[in-house]
Design a protein around this ligand. Structure first.
Ligand code: GAL
Length: 424
């Protein structure tokens, strides 16, 4: 193409993009469906185990079959979520094209199938031109995509942040907070992360279907401060990986379980969670990688303390009875799903053991002792409760009951937790 033509086309695209975003930001009518996700969403997502290549229709149906028969549905797991790679292109009229080699019956038929099991279907797209796996994104197709999802019977949308056709406004009040941005950052300048999410929030507000909106921008520009008004949950960190403490090399895009827990504490994220607005420290790795029993228990317990979405990310077809037992521990799930909707926070530390507290409905508390190091025995006087009352503390993983009116010695396994529910 001649240089002159190229410049003309490029300028036209840029002006089009600027008009597109500014028309949706200046007078955005966000009609957030506030009755959704009053407790953190629970379900399964394909990404952590199957990535791009492993995703297909049969896999999703298998997962729906399993969740509806193995006790997970009764425990509260309801969403069956496709992640990246179900989409392959666009038709001339702008409608998204399903990868028919992977999904020969289409997404509507899949949604019908998942619904027939009493479950809900989730889907994935991206605010940019392409998803992180370079499939078509929803940029400038927000309305038609939201409408299509609604027609198909989709119940949940995870919305990513790759390949944006604009740069981020990084003025001091919008400063970059994630360690790294995987985004193109070319094109018109100065859009905040919030503005980039508005067109889809607006589009979802217009459709006649309840679709939970999950912002996935890895914590860029502190979504906990702005995403609650336009979505139901927002990612707070880069992607989780199935490691408890860290990696032998430093990855920029990935975080371990303890790195996510520590970031949650350092950024005081509990201040922003409430029914219909949740911090999302990413999907579960329970049962993945080489996580030990105690690490899986600690991961699941801490995600419940953090009122996180509980989206299993393992291969449910090959899960051990031990992993299923962890994922379906009703007392732990009740901590996560408590209707008060408060997120837990770190109150104290004894000899490297972190003590987290989560207010529960009925004037109860959850208390979690998290041990990132080798096996420990600590003694606590329960003073961190700042209460003159005596509570019965029931361990939700083992048959142990303590009283808080006297000092208690608590043994915590290496990389493990002891999680108690306290009632009067
Ligand atoms: C990342 C996202 C992951 C997964 C992946 C798909 O940006 O954080 O959870 O969705 O994209 O390409």
């Amino acid at each position: 193409m001649k240089t002159f033509e190229y410049i003309l086309i490029k300028s036209a695209c840029i002006i089009g993009l600027m008009l597109h975003i500014s028309s949706s930001t200046l007078d955005a009518q966000i009609n957030k469906k506030t009755h959704l996700a009053l407790t953190p969403p629970m379900g399964w997502n394909s990404w952590n185990t199957f990535r791009c290549d492993g995703l297909n229709e049969q896999l999703v149906k298998d997962m729906a079959d399993i969740i509806s028969t193995n006790g997970m549905k009764e425990a509260g797991y309801v969403f069956v979520n496709l992640d990246d790679c179900w989409q392959i292109g666009r038709y001339p009229d702008g409608r998204i094209m399903i990868d028919s080699a992977r999904f020969p019956s289409g997404i509507k038929a899949l949604a019908d199938y998942v619904h027939s099991k009493g479950l809900k279907l989730g889907i994935y797209s991206d605010a940019g031109l392409m998803t992180c796996a370079k499939k078509p994104g929803s940029f400038s197709y927000e309305d038609i995509d939201a409408q299509t999802y609604a027609e198909w019977g989709v119940d949940y949308l995870k919305y990513d942040f790759c390949n944006l056709p604009m740069t981020l406004n990084q003025s001091p009040e919008n400063k970059e907070t994630a360690p790294v941005i995987r985004t193109a950052m070319k094109g018109p300048p100065n859009y905040t992360a919030q503005q980039i999410y508005l067109p889809m929030a607006e589009a979802l507000g217009k459709v006649d279907r309840d679709i939970v909106f999950s912002v996935c921008n890895w914590g860029v520009q502190e979504p906990w401060k702005w995403a609650g008004d336009i979505s139901h949950l927002w990612r707070t960190t880069p992607d989780i990986r199935p490691y408890f403490k860290g990696f032998s090399v430093k990855y920029l895009y990935f975080m371990s379980i303890m790195e996510i827990v520590n970031r949650t504490h350092n950024d005081s994220l509990h201040l922003y969670a409430a029914p219909g607005r949740w911090n999302d420290p990413d999907m579960l790795e329970v049962g993945n990688g080489k996580l030990t029993y105690d690490e899986n228990v600690a991961h699941f317990s801490m995600w419940s303390m953090m009122a996180a979405p509980l989206l299993a990310g393992n291969d449910l077809r090959n899960m051990s009875p031990e992993v299923l037992k962890i994922l379906t521990n009703k007392a732990v799930i009740a901590v996560d799903q408590d209707t008060l909707g408060k997120q837990g926070y770190k109150v104290s530390e004894i000899d490297g053991v972190q003590i987290w507290l989560k207010p529960l409905s009925g004037s109860r508390w959850a208390v979690c002792f998290l041990n990132p190091k080798g096996k420990k025995s600590i003694t606590t006087d329960w003073q961190f409760l700042k209460s003159a009352e005596t509570f019965q503390a029931k361990d939700v993983w083992q048959d142990v009951e303590l009283k808080t009116n006297a000092a208690s010695t608590i043994e915590i396994p290496k990389h493990g937790v002891r999680l108690f529910v306290l009632e009067r």
